[in-house]
Design a protein around this ligand. Structure first.
Ligand code: ZN
Length: 665
């Protein structure tokens, strides 16, 4: 998901062109029983009311007399859960031959609607409104429209015949936008008349995989001008100023495309579009697609250096999913349609490897400095380790993948004990460990890059596949599902090892210590001091919270509300828990600055907190004198710097460095 839908790792976060792709199906995809009538479904979406957050949808579905069941997409690809926003469907009406039909929702499956098509009718007309929420939580079913821009996710504005494989049903879609708005999408366009766009016929898989971004303030930036496949960033923002990416940032995104070519040696799309939302009024996340990604960040992300650094790995992560998640996908997530439940057991590959490669690409392309990359790894290792999440002692990494559909929406309170979607961060450490292990076992001759080229790249494609710019192998968007055995076998082809045990040990571990083999064998050590690293500082600056999880075990909002209390920590032992509020620190009203000063004090007196719990006040004393603690990586001179080797620029520079001209936060 969403990360991806991608969740940012901040602990106090409160917060495709032609008919040929329409026919590009995977023969390995499990088949559903097709019962749909022949012929494309006509879909007309009126998004001209997007600023008011209501979308009007009309469909003409080929039909024949008798009972017919239509379904609303439930299991959303990349979100790894049953997140289709069925509750936001309103005004539903079925008609045939001018006659309004009686419909019944299935009493068990809330996403299915039954109607009786009358004799003589050849089509069924479906009309409904999608009530786009204003609440910025959630992923694609969260806020998706501001006054000035929107993202249209097709799965939210259509029904399709039950028991149909999404590869097997064709849609002819059209979209009406607010006057003056421009748009970007990977979905091939047939014609355009003002704000009305007619798209080329596409199967349902491609349609749902190809959202549309649109807005009054819109700009498309080419990253590989004149090349095929092309790469562009399609941006819509809440202001014209927010679109003004600096030349330096643009050069890093161009380098990112070059680095993906060097890493994967392949591309599996006709063209690639980053659909970048810059708004404080839409949900913030990233959602991968095969030929595009739905990337949503704050309005000033491109022009504010703090925000830019915090979001630097989003586009690399989501683009990595074009290879790892879309082209290669665990069999349990390769479902025939959107009603079939997904099985997330290999999300430590789908999301974990993507988290690893996305962050590596952010560093290789210069979106992050080496120090910012190491700051991320240090944070992950500390956060998942003995000072962060004791939940590892009861819930193995593997269970976080099976329970992903629960954990994405689970609360922040007690997250240290419950755990969350840790297959991102722990998966990243696991794959760093795998990369370093390949490098050590092969004497530096091989790396995880070789696995990627074999599993996701030319090694997985026909020998006669076409070559694109830079000698990169280019193929159509297709889906090749895989199993755990396939991963183990490919790793063994790179360098022989007991990879089955290597992965099983880590996926099933109940150790209190996070997996740090990749850090230590990569030439670095995890240490703590009282100075935040660059990303830790940026998180505190931007999110206005306070992370004392590595010292007394508290994560606080900027008003002193306890977001989490780490089980077993000093704060926990003193009786502080989530939902309480720190009102005063050492006798003075709570502020984050005052709390930090008190925490950093080396005086030999306990920290005294006045705590409110549902209108009752209590003073607690925490006997802590070690100051603020932030995780860092420091060099271990006794070992070669493999992490440095991993994150150095790999592709030739595509653009000369530009003078620094960013606006400072
Ligand atoms: Zn992801």
């Amino acid at each position: 998901m969403l990360r991806c839908v991608r969740l940012f790792a901040a602990v106090f976060l409160v917060a495709v062109s032609t008919a040929s792709f329409a026919q590009a199906r995977s023969p390995q995809r499990p088949a559903a029983t097709p019962t749909a009538a022949a012929g494309p479904i006509q879909l007309v979406v009126d998004a001209s009311d997007a600023p008011r957050k209501i979308f009007h949808s009309r469909e003409t579905v080929p039909a024949r007399a008798g009972e017919m069941t239509l379904v609303y997409p439930k299991w959303i690809p990349g979100e790894h859960g049953p997140t289709g926003p069925i509750d936001d469907v309103a005004g539903l009406k079925f008609t045939a031959g001018g006659q309004t039909l009686v419909w019944h929702r299935d009493p068990v499956d809330m996403y299915a609607f039954h109607v009786e098509v009358p004799p003589g009718a050849a089509t069924l007309e479906v009309a409904f409104d999608y009530l786009s929420p204003a609440d910025a939580s959630g992923f694609s079913s969260g806020a998706s429209a501001s006054a000035k821009m929107t993202v249209v996710s097709w799965n939210q504005v259509l029904l399709y015949p039950a028991n149909t494989a999404s590869d097997e049903v064709t849609f002819q879609a059209s979209l009406k936008l607010p006057a003056g708005w421009k748009f970007g999408t990977a979905l091939p366009i047939a014609s355009q008349n003002g704000e009305s766009v007619q798209f080329q016929p596409a199967n349902l898989t491609t349609l749902v995989d190809s959202p549309v971004i649109a807005g009054q303030y819109y700009k498309a930036v080419q990253l590989t001008p004149g090349e095929t496949p092309s790469h562009e960033i399609d941006m819509a923002a809440d202001s014209a100023a927010a679109l003004e990416m600096t030349p330096e940032t643009l050069s890093h995104y161009k380098q990112l495309i070059a680095e993906t070519g060097a890493l994967y040696g392949s591309r599996h799309y006709r063209d690639y579009h980053f659909l970048l939302s810059l708004s404080d009024y839409v949900a913030h996340f990233g959602l991968e697609h095969h030929e595009s990604s739905d990337d949503r960040v704050g309005e000033r992300t491109l022009v504010d250096s703090t925000e830019r650094r915090l979001e630097a790995s989003l586009l690399p992560h989501e683009m990595t999913h074009s290879w790892n998640g879309k082209y290669r996908r665990p069999a349990g997530l390769s479902t025939p349609n959107y009603q079939e439940p997904m099985k997330g057991e290999l999300l430590w590959v789908y999301e974990g490897l993507t988290e690893y490669l996305g962050d590596v690409l952010a560093a290789r392309s210069g979106l992050w400095t080496a120090e910012e990359y190491r700051d991320t790894i240090a944070h992950d290792a500390a956060y998942l380790g003995e000072k962060g999440r004791p939940g590892r002692t009861w819930r193995p990494l593997g269970d976080t993948t099976n329970a992903a559909q629960l954990l994405y929406e689970s609360p922040q309170s007690w997250a240290s004990w419950r755990r969350s979607v840790d297959f991102y961060d722990e998966g990243e450490l696991l794959w760093l460990d795998a990369d370093v292990t390949i490098r050590r076992l092969s004497g530096g001759k091989k790396s995880l890059d070789d696995f990627v080229k074999l599993f996701h790249g030319p090694g997985s494609m026909p020998a006669n596949a076409a070559k694109g710019p830079g000698g990169v192998t280019v193929g159509p968007p297709e889906l090749k599902p895989y199993s755990f055995d396939d991963v183990v076998n490919a790793m063994n082809q790179v360098v022989p090892n007991d990879w089955r045990k290597f992965f099983n040990d880590r996926v099933n571990s109940l150790s209190a210590q996070s997996p740090q083999g990749g850090i230590e064998n990569g030439g670095w050590r995890l240490v703590y001091d009282d100075t935040p690293g660059p990303l830790a500082q940026a998180r505190e600056d931007a999110r206005h919270g306070l992370d004392a999880s590595f010292s007394i075990g508290l994560i606080l909002s900027d008003t002193g509300s306890v977001i989490d209390s780490v089980l077993g920590s000093l704060a926990y032992q003193a009786g502080v828990g989530p939902g309480m509020k720190i009102v005063a620190v050492n006798g003075r009203k709570f502020t984050t600055g005052g709390f930090n000063d008190a925490l950093g004090s080396k005086e030999n007196t306990p920290l005294e907190l006045l705590v409110e719990n549902a209108e009752y006040y209590r003073t607690v004393r925490i006997d802590y004198h070690d100051g603020k603690r932030y995780p860092h990586l420091v060099r271990d001179a006794g070992k070669p710097d493999l992490i440095g080797e991993i994150i150095k620029q790999h592709a030739p520079s595509v653009a000369p460095p530009e003078p620094k001209a960013e606006i400072v936060h």
